[in-house]
Design a protein around this ligand. Sequence first.
Ligand code: ADP
Ligand code: MG
Length: 412
Amino acid sequence: MTGEWLTAWDRSAGARTAAELFRSRFGAEPDGVWSAPGRVNLIGEHTDYNGGLCLPIDLPHRTYVALRRRDDDVLRLVSEREHAMWTGTADQVHPGADLGWAAYAAGVAWALNASSDLAPGVRIAGFDAAVTSCVPYGAGLSSSAALESAVAVALNDVCDLGLGGSDAGRAVLAAACVRAENEIAGAPTGGMDQSSSLRAQPGHALLLDTRDGTVRHVPFDLSAHGLALLVIDTRAEHQLADGQYANRRATCEAAAARLGRATLREIGAGAELEAALAVLSEPGDGEAQTTVKRVRHVVTEIARVEQFVALLDDGRVAEVGPLMDASHVSLRDDYEVSCAELDLAVTVARSSGALGARMTGGGFGGSAIALVEAGSVDRIATEIADAFGEAGFTAPVFLVADASAPADRDTD
Ligand code: ADP
Ligand code: MG
């Protein structure tokens, strides 16, 4: 059995599908088409809401938004993935409103208007938008941030916000996308996905320091080393995921507060971690034991990002495998966000010759990544697909990730 492959759309073809959807649903020409990528995180999982470090790359898979500015406050949104057109007005977009998928698009305009970062007198009114995408939903590859980021760069251009041309401006757009996701869509995620989609560079991994929002572009060219990054979408979806994410975040925040620190980033690995865990292990009940495991994951994971980047800086990319493996074990055993499908993908990738493998994204399903010799991509994918078949799991979907381009305009 060979698995199914998800190839990225060619960018001009993707832009064309969005423009055609716009014309067919709105009977007019869009002002333009913009697109933004999904991302895959190399290492640094569940660190972004702890002031920590993460290291995503942008995927070649993108979400395309054809958009036309309106002078009134009406919003009309269509996606080829969703049945009905969402029609509303700007005043219907507010925290607590149940907007479904429209939250991820309309919420960005709301967040930009709510921020203090727009020039005086600038306000985003209504718009019509048509969305097409080759980023799978809920696969841990961040279709949500791809949609938000494509809308953000579109609104930036049609409303002349002047935020798209610099990293500082893109950081403002990313912050608005995070607010849209947290406050309008109601998903308490950190800022990694939006920063990656808006601020990464092709051929580079994005070292994001979520304590101060600074970024560094770390060269990441696997093909120059005869390597490839295989992404395995396990197709596993777990119902509890949302509540579990919020629950992990709350545990981390409570632990930091108990230690008198702003975030878990303030705890160093080594002796400092041991001292913190000794405090948190009291009173010795199950809840304390759980907190110890969660904190140990976050602090050691941040250290692994530093070690991973040091190897990349040294040109020793083939040596990062053990850090990926250790990240997976920590996510599985201490953070407890893996699942049978992710564990199987990782185990089979390694036994088939991957240099390292780990789950990526929030967990409870979604995707795993494996660093492999370029010539063994097909063989390793086949072995994983076979193992999924034998285990009775849904067939996985594969893609190969090259560090690709961030959100931008596609057509004039
Ligand atoms: P992930 O970001 O890992 O793919 P999320 O649960 O964060 O998963 O986001 C998925 C949600 O984002 C979808 O259920 C939908 O509401 C919205 N979304 C993402 N892409 C699109 C799209 N192309 N069209 C409409 N809604 C989308
Ligand atoms: Mg998401």
